[in-house]
Design a protein around this ligand. Sequence first.
Ligand code: AMP
Ligand code: GLY
Length: 420
Amino acid sequence: MNILILGGGGREHALAWAAMQNPKCDKLIVAPGNAGIAGIAECANLDINEGAAVVNFCDENAIDFVIIGPEAPLAAGVADRLREAGILVFGPSAAAARLEASKGFTKEICDAAQVPTAAWARFTDAQSARAYLREKGAPIVVKADGLAAGKGVVVAETLAQAEAAVDDMFGGAFGAAGAEVVIEEFMTGEEASFFVLCDGEAALPIGTAQDHKRVGEGDTGPNTGGMGAYSPAPVMTPEVTARALEEIVKPTLREMARRGTPYQGVLYPGLMIEDGAPRLVEYNVRFGDPEAQVLMMRLGAQAFDLMHAAADGRLEEARVNWADDHAMTVVMAARGYPGAYEKGSVINGLDGLAEDGFHMVFHAGTARESGKFTAAGGRVLNVTARGASLQEAADRAYGMIERIDWPEGFYRRDIGWRAL
Ligand code: AMP
Ligand code: GLY
């Protein structure tokens, strides 16, 4: 099979790595890819948010199956264009991708399907939003309705912070994404990520994870795209996982199908768990980054077969071959991230590292200049390992980091601290 993966981060490196383990993969192209991905697959330049360009590329390269990594092409309808052209694709339609692209839409679905989530209200002007804030009081959560690259959520501890967030959003800080604002009840509990493959009808859970969003050790400092993750999430016991599937994911899938917009791809609910009861924080319509790195490390080659079965409507008969293992990924970022950082510093020591079913360095943002890897983004490397215990996975990941020579980079030394 000839496969195309859209995207160019650590998540796509992990997806490409899993696909390459599978004997069904004859040729793999990743667009745009990155310097790490170029070590295992062909990388191609392509406007991945442009459906017609992706369809043409598939025709020219005899692509049989497309896996869409990030949310932007999904929200832009690239999966729709591929399906219209008769090309097998893993990823939801634009209509189904609204579960991530519009917070207000997700809340409507939750109400219609009786999915447990925070109480909410939706506004199109600052005055009524402020009145609602004063009525409810702090802490409270203010969200830009649309896609804002993970930055459109303000967990406000005071009324003043909440009001400032409302003014920012209606003032255009997030462009069109902030034209509507959702205000939510502040939920307490422990957060976890859940990953479920869907083929429009059937739902197949493929794992759980927890990530560290704050830049600093002890989960302090500004929010980032994620500084590390581990799988499984201890808080996702079999009971909590079953409840999340039955009370949150399945009612959502039924409601999406009832509306004529069935969901196909990976559905990734962010959950808040308190006293054994899961509530929905948000939906993502793609794999998490860096959560995909630990999931792929644990699933290996079967991940490709499972995604293929989801795309092909054959999930009902698919089974996950679970191993009793743990995986951890530690993000190495450029000094300064998530603020301003420099690009172009040289990373040494990568070539000598083992790359096998227990150790992988997935590249999130690297380039290759005169034969050397250089940093080309904020999050640069995802040092990932698997073991019989989380401690073993952590020891392996941090052991690899010791051998990477990159003075301009930094990482958190405490990934997984809650679980260890
Ligand atoms: P989201 O992009 O919706 O996942 O929000 C980003 C982060 O904000 C989440 O991972 C939570 O930590 C936090 N958050 C979002 N909504 C709520 C809520 N209703 N209550 C408490 N925390 C929230
Ligand atoms: N790591 C969180 C996300 O991918 O949304």
